[in-house]
Ligand binder design. Structure first.
Ligand SMILES: Nc1nc2c(ncn2[C@@H]2O[C@H](COP(=O)(O)OP(=O)(O)OP(=O)(O)O)[C@@H](O)[C@H]2O)c(=O)[nH]1
Ligand SMILES: Nc1ncnc2c1ncn2[C@@H]1O[C@H](COP(=O)(O)OP(=O)(O)O)[C@@H](O)[C@H]1O
Ligand SMILES: [Mg+2]
Length: 207
């Protein structure tokens, strides 16, 4: 239904996370937030939370690797060396992401998914420091696990990930009611709440 409501030039949504390493460091947290604003994203929703480990395990299940094996014979798994690589960092990733407060955003931009992934930089920090030193991960990433941020990698992932963090947010309603006003402006930004909203609307209710 949403696809019918979404005109071709409609704003795209993505789910962005600031990870515990950055949330624990106020100057980095503010610098990442400023990067979001500098890159002309509209902050549609924002919240901070302590992520339950079981929710984190579910969110990153693509990296657990075990469900992949159900689709492959063991011989094929052994041939698919990369399938095993997905598991070595899964536990440390889940432990880390549930280890302290994180900040979740719904960001809107005409190219939100790809632009946020570009602004974040490469997943692995050593590479980010060399090929994209001004990216978020190139600037603030510590290790491949503690790499400062997460961003959805597709429209399908974005919908799933937005629903995981903002269960009361309706993409369909947003495209019907808020997107046209945000796309056409004028748009206000409330530094207190850290979100954008269409002028005259006072902004969304509690997330
Ligand atoms: N393929 C593979 N790579 C590994 C393994 N262990 C570590 N690595 C790689 O080496 C990098 C550095 O590992 P660590 O020093 O543990 O750092 P990290 O896991 O990125 O992050 P921290 O857990 O926060 O230290 C990882 O990010 C992986 O890319 C492993 O068992 N297999
Ligand atoms: N080789 C790796 N070593 C350690 N951690 C990794 C590795 N690859 C991915 N990760 C962790 O898992 C998270 C999710 O992986 P992935 O979806 O591939 O990257 P991205 O977060 O850039 O979409 C990464 O942000 C990173 O924290
Ligand atoms: Mg990813």
């Amino acid at each position: 239904m949403t696809s019918i409501l979404r005109s071709p030039q409609a704003l795209q949504l993505t789910l962005a996370l600031i990870k515990p390493d950055a949330v624990a460091h106020p100057l980095i947290l503010e610098a990442v937030h400023q990067q979001i604003l500098n890159n002309k994203f509209l902050i549609v929703r924002m919240r901070e939370l302590l992520w339950r480990k079981e929710d984190c395990q579910k969110f990153y299940q693509e990296h657990e690797g075990s469900q992949k094996y159900k689709k492959f014979s063991w011989h094929q798994c052994l041939d698919e060396g990369t399938l095993f690589a997905g598991r070595f960092f899964y536990q440390r990733l889940v432990e880390f992401m549930a280890s302290g407060p994180i900040r979740a955003y719904i960001l809107a931009h005409k190219d939100a998914i790809q632009l946020w992934r570009t602004v974040m930089g490469p997943t692995r920090v050593f590479r980010a420091r060399h090929v994209a030193p001004d990216s978020i991960r190139g600037s603030f990433g510590l290790t491949d696990t503690r790499n400062t941020t997460h961003g959805s990698d597709s429209v399908v992932s974005a919908s799933r990930e937005i629903a995981a963090f903002f269960p009361n947010f309706s993409e369909q309603r947003w495209y019907e009611e808020e997107e046209p006003q945000l796309r056409c402006g004028p748009v206000c930004y409330n530094p207190e709440g850290g979100i954008h909203f269409a002028a005259g609307t006072g902004g969304p209710g509690p997330t």
